[in-house]
Design a binder for this molecule. Structure first.
Ligand SMILES: [Zn+2]
Length: 426
């Protein structure tokens, strides 16, 4: 299937900065084949989309989330972390059945698509159903069953289930990563086993790291090291590691992240909501750490809207540093596109518009009141957009939303099922 996208404004990256260009796009199956210079022969048998007044930009990448929790949003707020987790979230999670995970994930996919996210990195706790929902949504997903415990190879443990899921669902759009939960939920032995398996299988590792003061204090007490230092000495950290949160870091931790080329998924809303603080993002960027943005779950955020996250990300760090030059709009935009693409091993394939990249694109309405006038489009994406400006979404050359209508997911059915789930548990 070929698509010709006409009359749109492309957001292009030249290696240093973003620019806007009025050029046609030719998409052949899942890939951008040509940017401009499209001949009448090229355009033969194409499905044509008129993108007048639309910004065509790379779909956003959410580098840390737990999508199935979407139905829990606004069900446990204004609570201290331990009450939030142990009194509210975990008791609900323990009762969920497989269908609940499926519909919860579908609800999250709707929210992500409607607000311009095309790829996400998911840590889930229910093998098969979350991957099935990702597949049914048409989105690009990187996922892994959360691994916890003492020994990776225990019978019927999380690892064996994670591998079974990978075997069943891995595809061009769905890739699997190894997801040990954290230093407090996995033994030292298990973390080394995960590192060995990841290397052997050429897989990414996705872990929560240094999220809270308690996590760091407990790790210091148990191992005499910070979580970063401890994972470094376990041989866990490398350029194929994606570490979520990284809030409580000292300067030695940041040196380790830089030296090991660890990718960081920062989650400013979740860290603020759960009172864990503000990550040292400008310090990490200064050291050249690859900083990417994630929402965390909708139970701790309470949305998967990456435009809102970009806005909070930018403002919270300017306020913290009392310096308006902290985190430019360009750096923020990179943190949801170019940087996470690199973290996911898909540099130049997603997160950027170039010939040969995947056609994961969003169409943003430049005439939307929130963005108009278009004095500086990169700034408006960071500071003015709220996600409602996303008019169409394409993943791998296929429209999943067109003219604000979802084309693959049956939205009414999802809401019907979610209503039932909420009546059952909340
Ligand atoms: Zn998380």
């Amino acid at each position: 299937m070929k698509h010709l996208i006409k009359n749109g404004t492309l957001l292009l990256w030249n290696g240093t900065e973003y620019s806007l260009e009025q050029k046609e796009l030719l998409i052949n199956n899942s890939v951008i084949e040509k940017i401009g210079g499209i001949t009448p022969e090229d355009a033969e048998l194409c499905e044509v989309t008129d993108a007048e007044n639309k910004l065509i930009m790379p779909g956003l990448i959410n580098l840390h989330t737990h999508v199935y929790m979407n139905f829990m949003k606004n069900s446990a707020d204004d609570l201290p972390f331990n009450n939030w987790l142990f009194d509210r979230i975990l008791p609900i999670e323990s009762k969920l059945n497989k269908d609940d995970f499926y519909w919860g994930t579908m609800l999250g996919c709707i929210e992500m698509l409607r607000t311009g996210t095309t790829s996400y990195l998911d840590m889930h706790i229910c093998e098969n159903e979350c991957a099935q929902a990702a597949m049914d949504s048409g989105m690009r997903a990187f996922m892994g069953k959360c691994i916890r415990g003492e020994d990776l190879y225990e019978k019927d443990g999380d690892f064996s289930k994670a591998l079974e899921e990978q075997e069943k669902y891995e595809s061009d759009l769905i890739k699997f990563v190894l997801s040990p939960h954290s230093v407090y939920a996995c033994s030292e032995k298990m973390l080394s086993q995960v590192a060995d398996e990841a290397e052997k299988r050429n897989m990414l590792k996705h872990i929560h790291m240094s999220e809270s003061k308690k996590e760091v204090d407990d790790c210091l007490e148990k191992y005499g090291k910070t979580p970063v230092d401890f994972l470094e000495s376990s041989g866990f950290l490398d350029e194929k590691t994606i570490a979520a949160h990284c809030v409580k870091l000292n300067s030695n931790d940041i040196d380790i992240l830089r030296n090991r080329k660890v990718n960081v998924a920062t989650n400013p809303s979740s860290n603020a909501k759960l009172c864990n603080g503000i990550a040292p993002v400008s310090e990490m960027l200064r050291e050249g750490v690859n900083v990417c943005l994630g929402t965390d779950s909708a139970a701790s955020n309470n949305t998967l809207n990456m435009f809102r996250e970009m806005n909070i990300f930018s403002l919270i760090h300017k306020a913290k540093k009392e310096d308006a030059t902290t985190l430019s709009a360009t750096e923020v935009l990179k943190s949801v596109s170019i940087n996470p693409a690199k973290a996911l091993g898909m540099k130049d394939e997603i997160g950027i518009i170039r010939e040969g990249s995947k056609a994961d694109l969003i169409f943003v309405d430049l005439k939307a009141n929130s963005l108009f006038p278009n004095n500086n489009v990169v700034s408006s994406l960071c500071y003015s957009a709220n996600g409602s400006e996303v008019e169409s979404v394409m993943v791998g050359g296929k429209f999943l939303m067109k003219g604000r209508q979802l084309t693959v997911i049956d939205e009414e059915r999802v809401y019907f099922e979610i209503d039932k789930i909420c009546r059952k548990y909340l």
